[in-house]
Design a protein around this ligand. Structure first.
Ligand SMILES: [Zn+2]
Length: 148
């Protein structure tokens, strides 16, 4: 099953809510600060809650933010023994597994880990934004490993 315009496959190895987050993110339909601004919802600062350095867009949050790129994705690469994960857009993340020379099962498992990482990034962002939780990058890696 696919949503129109979405390349992300339905992944039976992850919970439905995780697939839905991936699909919505690929469609640009998760409420980042830049999306809320476009909808004229006043949210004050547009700055990313994870790094405090750039505008919070979907691509920034998952592929350019210091927290996701320089820390989380590199930990995931070494944990899963993956080649360097070059992603310039959210869609790049969701098709990365197709570039691997691997069995179908391994590709599905890699996609699962990437989707769970996206889930953990979004959850950490929401916890920081709405519950004033401090971002603990080591905890994000532990959460991905525990959920995957
Ligand atoms: Zn950031």
């Amino acid at each position: 099953m696919r949503w129109s315009g979405v390349t992300t496959e339905l992944n039976k190895l992850v919970p439905k809510k995780v697939n839905i987050l991936s699909w919505r993110a690929e469609l640009g339909k998760i409420p980042t600060r830049s999306v809320l601004r476009i909808k004229n919802i006043n949210i004050g600062s547009l700055t990313c809650k994870l790094c405090d350095k750039a505008e919070e867009t979907i691509d920034h949050l998952f592929t350019a933010c210091q927290m996701s790129t320089y820390y989380l994705w590199s930990k995931i690469e070494s944990w899963c023994k993956l080649p360097p994960l070059f992603a310039f857009s959210f869609r790049d993340l969701m098709v990365f597994h197709n570039s691997l020379v691997a069995t179908k099962l391994r590709k599905e498992l890699v996609l699962s880990v990437l989707q769970m990482t996206v889930w953990c990034i979004w959850k950490a962002r929401n916890d920081a934004m709405f519950r004033q939780h401090r971002i603990i990058k080591e905890k994000m890696v532990d959460d991905v490993k525990m959920l995957s």
